[in-house]
Design a protein around this ligand. Sequence first.
Ligand SMILES: Cc1ncc(COP(=O)(O)O)c(C=O)c1O
Length: 453
Amino acid sequence: MEKIDYKREDLKYIWHPCSQMKDYETLAPIVIEKGQGIDLIDIEGKTYKDVVSSWWCNLLGHCNPDISNNVKKQLDELEHVIFANFSNKRIIELSVKLSKILPSRLEKFNYCDNGSSAVEMAMKMAFQYYQQTGKPKKIKFMALTEGYHGETIGALSAGACDLYTKIYKPILMDIIHIKAPDCYHCHFGKNRDNCNCECFCYAQESFEKHAIETCAILIEPLLQGSAGMRIYPPLYLKKLRELCDKYDVLLIADEIATGFYRTGKYFACNHADISPDIMCLSKGLTGGYMPFALVATTNKIYNAFYDDYNTHKAFMHSHTYAGNPLGASCALSVLDIFEKGEIQKHLKEVTPYFNNLIKEKFLNLENTGEVRSIGLINAIELVKDAKNKIHFNSKLRLGYQIYKKALKKGVLLRPLGDVIYFNPPLIIDKKDMDFVVKVARDCTIETLEEFNL
Ligand SMILES: Cc1ncc(COP(=O)(O)O)c(C=O)c1O
């Protein structure tokens, strides 16, 4: 094949996601050729530590030998088959395994191919459930402010990060947004570890007013990722479960970013010992290998769709790649790896190390507003004035400057605004932790000095 100038051809043809393409004039796309563990190696041989797990999906390292071998075997057996009326061995094996690890009552599984599609499916399912159980007025959705649930219209409507939604407002659904917990700026003067979730009053008010017309509330349990890794207490989830039961509103847990030990437990809902009515999973489900997603729900909801064909109660929702056996074979490997327990042991050992290291290295910086962590996820919120919690002017793009510097030093950080965060593959070791934290700290200091901040 003719020799390709990859960077040039990339820019000639490709429109990258979530990017101002003009930025690529000064920072060309980094073309990755190989992945191994937490390392990404580009076509020039430079290594980058992937501490954002390639958009939070890579769970157990790039080119994990167990997952790769399983997919290779599957490739020679069956790549895909229609999922209506047909099924395949891998997806059935996966469903059996999932039934054993998911929070109780989640026993029916509907598959699709990405996180946003899973959220759309969950929303349609919740809506149709009430249409078919005698409460047709329940047609609205609630969600938390600052939430993120994906990019398709329904998921985007449920989300509330202005950066992604603002321009589309005229075409978005009318969602009831409840003021989310904001522990860093707590309006009740409390702190995350000892509050009684006083901010839950906003949810209570909204339920009193709108529950009668609401079919479901969507939440990112414990961690509002895209909002800047905002962490809130499990008590909020417990209270929300009770409120949903009281007012007959379905609880949709979007665990797309939090599932599979990202928060230290299998699922974020486990921290509060609650089970949602519908759970969305993707990203780590396949270890980050394949576009693949799951909407898990209860028999109660499933049964509302189960009737003779001519009652038209079926869930007429489909995606071409639903139930894909390659995705299922990856997910099976992931669950097998967790079954062995080695990753959990590793996490027990390295998580306190990582969290303490980050506190030690960042809490003493003048511009650190807060360091927060859950599982291996750690976020450092940089502010102009820590005492008064005053933020930097977003036009400075402080996080982006830090990102560019860190790339030069071989670390793939991808700050969310002025929040630097780590969300690495769970296999990261202490040596890499030391390295990536040092680079992040050095780059932060250099950037702040350069900007004279
Ligand atoms: C909580 C949450 N929900 C939904 C999504 C959307 O998933 P996808 O990008 O696969 O559509 C994301 C992606 O980052 C997410 O973090």
